[in-house]
Write a protein that binds this ligand. Structure first.
Ligand SMILES: NC(=O)C1=CN([C@@H]2O[C@H](COP(=O)(O)OP(=O)(O)OC[C@H]3O[C@@H](n4cnc5c(N)ncnc54)[C@H](O)[C@@H]3O)[C@@H](O)[C@H]2O)[C@@H](O)CC1
Ligand SMILES: Nc1ncnc2c1ncn2[C@@H]1O[C@H](COP(=O)(O)OP(=O)(O)O)[C@@H](O)[C@H]1O
Ligand SMILES: [K+]
Length: 513
């Protein structure tokens, strides 16, 4: 289900496949698949339809040249901007170049053109195909291409990237930076057709912004050549087994209790958001536990039971600890108590900051027998790993995996392309959600949802996958309704999460019939 592979594994699959095929076969298949994808994007080609193909020095350029030849043979107006030394091309890419040269495609010689920018902007392109670099990019784009890529990124047409948007690291989703640490450039594609298998860097960090809609072309490679994958794209299929309709013969005790612990002075709202989410996403009973004085009740959600944290016996509940907890001595005490309880635990926000700052707490987390689920954003992850936030973002998959292994906890590393890591190294990357979630309190809502699912008996891995998926889907639904991305508030997510969870559950019940 939705497997993804790092570059090194893609290369192995590629080699195994090539051993059984005539030379150049995979490139020809990639070029054909790219041409089909281009035609689908153009939809109704007409006389003014014009396609610009950027072809680089390696085999990604070869794919582009194959697609250029196909599209030109179909009678479309194709221009090729070639950035390659034919003497250094692979045999397959040379063949592709010959085919493109033999077609009606026009070649723009960038070395003979003073102002390539002017050439690019002088034509109203219907489509740009980016075949500059793929998974072979080892250093930032060369200077000559900076300007071209910036110009392409300013065009208002469909941009189809082949394999990977040029400049993007397919493993990490980072733009390949220059030696001095300066920001490199990468093509911002509206669509990406990626070859052989999906790649993590297309879906996390800058990947979602640069790759656009991703489709996979397996190039006819036999399934047997694909090893088991440790990385998947999150999808309801991965947690469908836990989407169970409720029995008539049930009561509130059947769906568990959640305690949300946090809410130091001035930060009570974080607890309220998480607790309301837990209540509206199916927990049988929800306690909102505050470090300082608790409000008598929550007038918008009077079902919540408001308590002072140190007076609540949460030993038989799923516990969410951290939202607005602060890092005081009292906060540390209640955290220690929660860590020592044999209860499913969601560790969020200040609970993570406290753990990051104290090795004795770290040790207790690693020794817990009951399940732990950590929900750090990159800065919290940095504190937990003793790194900088920038270092976490450089390889989010690796960071999430390390955290899970080090803390013996399932980890949700938040941000665009949230990475979920299991203790055994299993990874899922979440494909939905949007920047509307970049608002105060949306993490509290996610933590509350995690708590609700754990209280209802979900296994921790499935709970993490489902919570992240539903959270992203709720934000997408709200944006589609015009409620966000700008100005979406975290509380608005809660009823949409509830309908999302009910809808998925009902759909799953139908599928099981
Ligand atoms: N090998 C195969 O079997 C297949 C490869 N395919 C395509 O081939 C691509 C990989 O091809 P390559 O390994 O040739 O790599 P790329 O085409 O991504 O380009 C890398 C080439 O540019 C050079 N290079 C790397 N960084 C550079 C930089 N910053 N400035 C200038 N030159 C730089 C490298 O030395 C190499 O020659 C894939 O992404 C995919 O598009 C597909 O055709 C499918 C089959
Ligand atoms: N640009 C974005 N795209 C997708 N999801 C995002 C984006 N920014 C934030 N999110 C999500 O929003 C939530 C924010 O959580 P967090 O940073 O803990 O905020 P808070 O502490 O204010 O609740 C996380 O689930 C994160 O993955
Ligand atoms: K590319």
């Amino acid at each position: 289900m939705n497997p993804m592979y790092p570059i090194a594994q893609i290369r192995q699959i590629e080699q195994a496949a090539q051993a059984t095929l005539a030379p150049g076969t995979l490139m020809q298949r990639a070029g054909t698949a790219a041409a089909h994808a281009a035609l689908e994007l153009i939809k109704f080609p007409h006389q003014q339809t014009s396609i610009l193909v950027l072809a680089g020095p390696g085999d990604n350029g070869g794919d582009a040249l194959e697609s250029a030849a196909h599209l030109a043979q179909l009678g479309l107006s194709v221009s090729v901007l070639l950035h390659a030394d034919p003497d250094k091309q692979s045999v397959a890419a040379k063949q592709a170049l010959l085919r493109a040269q033999a077609s009606s495609a026009k070649f723009i010689d960038s070395s003979q053109t003073n102002d390539v920018d002017a050439v690019i902007t002088s034509t109203p392109w219907t489509l740009v195909i980016d075949g500059l670099f793929g998974i072979g990019l080892t250093r930032p784009l060369p200077d000559q291409l900076h300007q071209i890529v910036n110009t392409i990124n300013r065009l208002h047409c469909v941009v189809l990237a082949l394999d990977v948007p040029s400049g993007l690291d397919a493993d990490t989703g980072n733009i390949v930076d220059d030696q001095a640490g300066g920001r490199g450039v990468a093509v911002r594609a509206s669509h990406t057709i990626t070859f052989i298998a999906d790649k993590p860097g297309l879906h996390t960090c800058d990947g979602r912004d640069l790759a656009g809609q991703v489709q996979v072309a397996r190039l006819g490679i036999d399934h047997s050549l694909f090893p088991a994958s440790a990385i998947r794209l999150n999808h309801p299929d991965l947690f469908a087994a836990s989407l169970q309709q409720r029995k008539h013969n049930s009561h509130k005790g059947s769906f568990g209790d959640v305690a949300v612990i946090g809410g130091a002075l001035g930060m009570a709202g974080a607890v309220i958001l998480a607790a309301r989410t837990a209540a509206q996403c199916g927990a049988g009973r929800v306690f909102a536990a505050f470090l300082q004085d608790a409000p008598a009740y929550d007038s918008a959600q009077p079902e919540l039971m408001c308590r002072r944290a140190h007076e609540l016996d949460f030993s038989a509940m799923a516990v969410v600890i951290g939202p607005g907890l602060g890092t005081s001595a009292a906060a540390r005490d209640v955290l220690l108590h929660a860590l020592q309880a044999a209860t499913p635990l969601v560790l969020d926000a200040d609970a993570l900051n406290l753990i990051g700052a104290e090795s004795s707490l770290q040790k207790i987390v690693t020794q817990r027998q009951a399940v732990s689920l950590m929900t750090p954003h990159p800065l919290e992850a940095a504190r937990l790993l003793g790194k900088s936030g920038a270092a976490i973002q450089l390889d989010r998959v690796d960071a999430a995996r390390r955290l899970a292994a080090q803390y013996g906890s399932v980890v949700i590393l938040k941000g665009s392309g949230t990475v979920i890591a299991g203790v055994d190294g299993e990874i899922a990357i979440n494909p939905n959600g949007n920047a509307g979630l970049a608002t105060a309190g949306s993490g509290d809502v996610l933590a509350g949802l995690c708590g609700a699912l754990l209280a209802q008996g979900w296994p921790v891995w499935e709970a993490a996958l489902a919570a992240v998926w539903l959270h992203g889907a709720a934000a997408d639904t709200l944006v589609a309704q015009g409620i966000g991305a700008i100005g979406l508030t975290a509380g608005e997510l809660i009823p949409v999460l509830r309908s999302g969870l009910n809808r998925l559950t009902a759909e799953q019940a139908l599928l099981r019939r």
